[in-house]
Design a binder for this molecule. Structure first.
Ligand code: TRH
Length: 377
């Protein structure tokens, strides 16, 4: 059954808000044949993910999604069957009025941020009544069966496995980015916020027994990287070597290609929400730089995830992963914990694949949303 969807995205900062909503919109169209309009208040954040997009278009079609600039002056607009307010971004007043006037009520969903905290499954799917008579449903992504699940395209793991089994796929992809690592180098991608712990991690990799090739997409960590390298700039594609460590700056790649980058690496440092989930689907060891929140609320989220994630690891490996993630998020010394992870590498690598498989048994978030709507009508 084809329904119409309006997804509202306000770009607070970075790429997470648009990253999640664009991925969801594409999947609703491609896999569920839904009619999707994506309202974005700042298209400048969209273009790096979808380079064909026109930053100044009021309306455009991209991959079957109608992408609309969310204008300051809200125009008269027909309300969709399902309204997704991403991350409590506050719907336009004019749209709310139109929702009230709609003969058949629209399903209004507030899509929340991802968290592994216990309370999430208790709040997932709950309604909130507003004084104006409109009802909003809370939809929480998450890691257990009581939540809305994680965004995952139906063929994602199949595509990853095909990529891994094709001996040329990785080479062709990396060569396209100008990356030619030494045959025995450990390949690492680094996507993170500014981090005072970076220098000590780079020191440890430079002093490592084997070669490491670090790929750094353009972004906020670049300043710390340049400082450690002692240079003013690192042009895209250029390579710098310090001891056993090779560092290479990469362009920010389109969203589909970011998966290829994660699949090509042995270890991925990721951040925020969407890249964090994609690194889990890559089935490789990972390091999460969580988005900082007021009053250190992010530490509760970080530890809630770690508690879940390290289950099944030996005490030594669990300590190594937890130690590394804690050091990174505290901007603290990384050398000791990195070496701790290296010592448990085979176990941590096998665990990452196992975690991916377990998580893939859950319904994915787009599927869960479509089902939620079907059950609601
Ligand atoms: O950009 P982020 O830090 O986004 C953050 C978080 O979502 C945070 O929770 C939110 O509150 C804040 O934004 C406003 O990290 P995230 O979520 O991983 O989003 C990055 C997106 O960019 C993701 O969709 C992957 C994509 N990406 C590419 O498409 N190409 C690239 O080269 C890279 C590095 C990322």
């Amino acid at each position: 059954m084809k329904a119409s969807w309006d997804i509202f995205c306000s770009v607070v900062d970075n790429y997470g808000d648009i990253g999640v909503t664009w991925r969801l919109a594409r999947q609703l169209v491609a896999e569920h044949q839904q009619g999707v309009r994506l309202w974005v208040d700042d298209l400048r954040a969209f273009v790096p993910l979808c380079p064909e997009a026109d930053v100044s278009a009021a309306q455009q079609w991209q991959q079957g999604v109608e992408v609309c600039q969310w204008p300051a002056q809200w125009p008269a607009t027909e309300v969709a069957d399902v309204v997704v307010e991403a991350f409590a971004c506050k719907l336009p007043e004019g749209y709310l009025q139109a929702m009230k006037a709609r003969e058949k009520p629209a399903l209004w969903i507030n899509l929340e941020y991802l968290s592994a905290e216990d309370w999430v499954s208790g709040c997932h799917g709950l309604p909130s009544m507003r004084p104006d008579g409109l009802k909003r449903m809370f939809f929480f992504p998450g890691f257990d069966a009581g939540t809305g699940g994680l965004l995952r395209e139906a063929d994602l793991l199949q595509r990853r496995h095909a990529f891994e089994q094709d001996p040329q796929a990785k080479q062709v992809f990396l060569q396209g980015l100008g990356v030619c690592p030494a045959y025995n180098a450990r390949l690492i991608s680094l996507f993170a916020y500014e981090n005072t712990g970076l220098a000590s991690w780079l020191d440890a990799m430079a002093a490592g027994a084997g070669p490491t090739h670090l790929l750094v997409p353009q972004g906020r960590i670049m300043g710390d990287l340049l400082q450690w390298l002692g240079i003013e700039q690192l042009p895209l594609g250029a390579v710098e070597q310090r001891g056993a460590l090779t560092v290479q700056a990469l362009p920010f790649v389109r969203q589909e290609d970011y998966d290829h980058l994660l699949w090509s690496c042995d270890f991925n440092a990721v951040r925020g929400e969407d890249s964090f989930v994609r690194a889990q689907w890559a089935g490789r060891p990972l390091l999460w730089h969580i988005y900082e929140q007021e009053e250190d609320a992010h530490w509760v989220k970080l530890n809630a995830f770690l508690d879940l994630y390290v289950k099944g690891l030996s005490p030594q490996a669990a300590r190594a992963v937890t130690g590394l993630w804690h050091a990174w998020n505290a901007g603290a010394e990384m050398g000791e914990s990195w070496n701790g992870v290296l010592q448990c590498w085979p176990e941590i690598a096998a665990h990452a694949e196992q975690w991916c498989l377990e998580q893939s048994l859950q319904a994915d978030l787009a599927q869960a949303l479509v089902l939620f709507y079907r059950n609601w009508i």
